[in-house]
Design a protein. Structure first.
Length: 126
């Protein structure tokens, strides 16, 4: 996801256990999901907060503070979950990685490098 003066451009790739972790993406741009990502810009600095809205384990009572990005910086935010399948009592697992840059960004391979900020909320899931 890259934020620029013309607004956010979103490129989302999903890998789900129940789809054998095959990458699925949509080539068109979409809006930022304001339910899961809070964005606030003030004095040219962008505050980013990933909201954990999953009703899944593990519950995270202490969440990191918003990440502040200056233009040209980017964050990689990772979080994972598991939840029980009601039909058979087995488990589903999901991991989300949000890469978000505060634009304008010149290099289209930006997210292949090392992020300016990294938030890792992944934990051991039994």
């Amino acid at each position: 996801m890259i934020l620029s003066r013309s607004g956010p451009a979103v490129h989302e790739v999903r890998l789900r256990e129940w789809e054998d972790f095959v990458p699925v993406w949509s080539p068109e741009s979409r809006e930022v999901d304001r339910v899961h990502v809070m964005l606030r810009e003030e004095d040219g600095v962008l505050a980013v907060q990933l909201h954990d809205t999953m009703m899944a384990t593990p519950h995270r009572r202490v969440r990191p503070s918003p990440v502040r990005l200056s233009p040209g910086e980017w964050v990689r935010w990772q979080i994972n979950h598991r939840w029980a399948r009601p039909r058979d009592g087995g488990w589903n697992y999901e991991q989300t990685t949000l890469n978000l840059a505060h634009g304008p960004i010149g290099d289209t391979k930006l997210f292949l490098g090392t992020p300016t900020r990294h938030v890792d909320e992944r934990t051991h899931l039994r």
